[in-house]
Design a protein around this ligand. Structure first.
Ligand code: SF4
Length: 368
C-alpha cells in the first residue's frame, strides 16, 4: 500500500532546497523525487523560464505536437458526502438529478455529434443513484460509439472496476483532493469520502482491475500546493513501480466558484500552477497532464505545448446540461466556455494537432 510521507515532511522537503538543487534537477537525465522537490520549491520560482523550456522539449519529444480533447458528462449530482468545497455537497440546497440510461445516452450522443470521441462520465458519490449496474449499463450502451470512456465517480472495489472495464470503461480518475491528512479531515465532514486511506488506495485498485489509464490529482487550494505536488510525485512514482502496464495522468484542478461559496484556503496563482505542471513534466516524462475548462481560455492557450497533453472542451458540469442548456445544479462554473470546434481551431492556429481519438475499443477487446 502506498504511504505518503507526513505532510509536514513534504513541506520541509520543498523548503530545504537551493538554487544549485534546481539547476541539477533541470539537467538530470532521470530526475528523482528530490529533484521534483527542488523544481516546485520557492528556489525553483527563479527558474521558471528554464523549466518551461525543458518541459516544452520533453513534451514535444514524448507527445509530438498533439493535444488530446475530451468532454465530461455529468450523470448525477446526488452525493452523500459533505465536502465543504463542493457544489454537490449533501448540505447544499441545489436541484438534484440523476440521468436515466436513456438520458445519459442522449447527452453522450450530443457530444458524439459535436465530434467528441473521448468522454469522461462524472457523478457525485451516492451509490443509491449511481452504482456498478448503472455504470455498466451506460458503458455497454456507449462503448461502440466512443473510442475512450473514462469515469470519475465514487471509489469502487477492484471487482467492480473490473466489471466496468469489461463493459468498456477505459480509465478511472480519482483525486485525493489533499494529501494533508489533517486538512482532509477538516474539509470532508462526513460520508464515505472521509476515509482518507480508502481513497488513497483507489488508484491502485483501478490499475489492478486492468484499467488502461488511471488519473490522480490534488484539488489545489486546500493546502500547501508545493507539498501537494510533491505528494503527487511520490504517489506517481509508487504507482509506476507497482503497475508498469498502466498509463497515468495527473490533473491540477484549482478551486472554482461553486454552491456553498467556499473560499480557497491557499491561493494558487497561475504562475504557481505553471511551475507545478513544468515540474511534474520534467519529473515524469510520460505522464499525461490535464488542464480542464476550470482554467480560463487565456491560460489554457498560453500553456499549449508547454507541458499539458490533454484539454477538456465545451464542458457543462450539470447533469443533463448539454441537452437542456441549463447549468442549474452544476458542480462548479467553468472558466473556458469555448466549444470543441473553437478549442480545436485555437490548437491548429498555434501549430498543434487537436486529437479526439488516441485509443480504439478494438485494442481493449484484444487486451482482455
Ligand atoms: S467532491 Fe465529490 S464526494 Fe465531495 S461533495 Fe462533491 S461530488 Fe460529493
Amino acid at each position: 500500500m502506498f504511504k505518503p510521507p507526513e505532510f509536514k515532511q513534504l513541506i520541509a522537503e520543498t523548503q530545504n532546497t537551493s538554487s544549485s538543487d534546481v539547476e541539477r534537477a533541470l539537467t538530470a537525465a532521470r530526475p528523482t523525487i528530490h529533484d521534483l522537490a527542488a523544481l516546485i520549491s520557492t528556489a525553483g520560482e527563479a527558474y521558471l523560464p528554464q523549466m518551461a523550456r525543458r518541459s516544452t522539449e520533453i513534451t514535444l519529444a514524448r507527445f509530438g505536437r498533439t493535444t488530446q480533447l475530451y468532454a465530461p458528462i455529468y450523470l448525477s449530482n446526488y452525493c452523500t458526502n459533505r465536502c465543504v468545497y463542493c457544489g454537490f455537497s449533501a448540505d447544499n440546497l441545489i436541484k438534484r438529478k440523476c440521468l436515466t440510461i436513456d438520458e445519459a445516452e442522449k447527452e453522450a450522443m450530443i457530444l458524439h455529434n459535436r465530434g467528441f470521441q473521448h468522454i469522461l462520465l462524472v457523478s457525485g458519490e451516492a451509490e443509491s443513484a449511481v452504482d456498478v449496474e448503472y455504470m455498466e449499463a451506460i458503458a455497454l450502451r456507449l462503448r461502440d460509439k466512443f473510442a475512450a470512456i473514462s469515469i470519475e465517480i465514487q471509489p469502487m472495489s477492484e471487482e467492480h472496476y473490473h466489471r466496468l472495464f469489461l463493459a468498456g470503461i477505459t480509465a478511472v480518475a480519482v483525486y485525493q483532493e489533499t494529501y494533508d491528512r489533517k486538512m482532509y479531515k477538516e474539509v470532508h465532514l462526513s460520508g464515505k469520502k472521509s476515509d482518507f486511506d480508502y481513497r488513497l488506495e483507489t488508484p491502485a485498485r483501478g490499475a489492478k482491475a486492468g484499467m488502461r489509464e488511471v488519473g490522480i490529482g490534488p484539488l489545489l487550494g486546500l493546502s500547501d500546493w508545493r507539498a501537494e505536488g510533491l505528494a503527487i510525485g511520490y504517489h506517481l512514482d509508487w504507482l509506476r513501480k507497482e503497475f508498469w502496464q498502466t498509463a497515468f495522468t495527473v490533473s491540477f484542478p484549482r478551486m472554482r466558484p461553486a454552491a456553498g461559496e467556499f473560499e480557497p484556503l491557499h491561493i494558487v496563482s497561475e504562475k504557481n500552477l505553471s511551475q507545478l505542471i513544468f515540474a511534474l513534466r520534467i519529473f515524469d516524462q510520460d505522464v499525461g497532464l490535464l488542464v480542464s475548462t476550470r482554467e480560463e481560455a487565456r491560460y489554457r492557450d498560453g500553456m499549449l505545448g508547454l507541458g499539458p497533453t490533454r484539454y477538456s472542451a465545451g464542458s457543462c458540469t450539470a447533469p443533463g446540461g448539454y441537452g437542456s442548456n441549463n447549468t442549474d445544479g452544476e458542480q462548479f462554473s467553468v472558466g473556458d466556455h469555448r466549444s470543441l470546434e473553437e478549442v480545436s481551431t485555437m490548437i491548429r492556429n498555434k501549430g498543434f494537432d487537436p486529437v479526439c481519438k488516441d485509443w480504439d475499443k478494438e485494442f481493449q477487446v484484444k487486451s482482455l
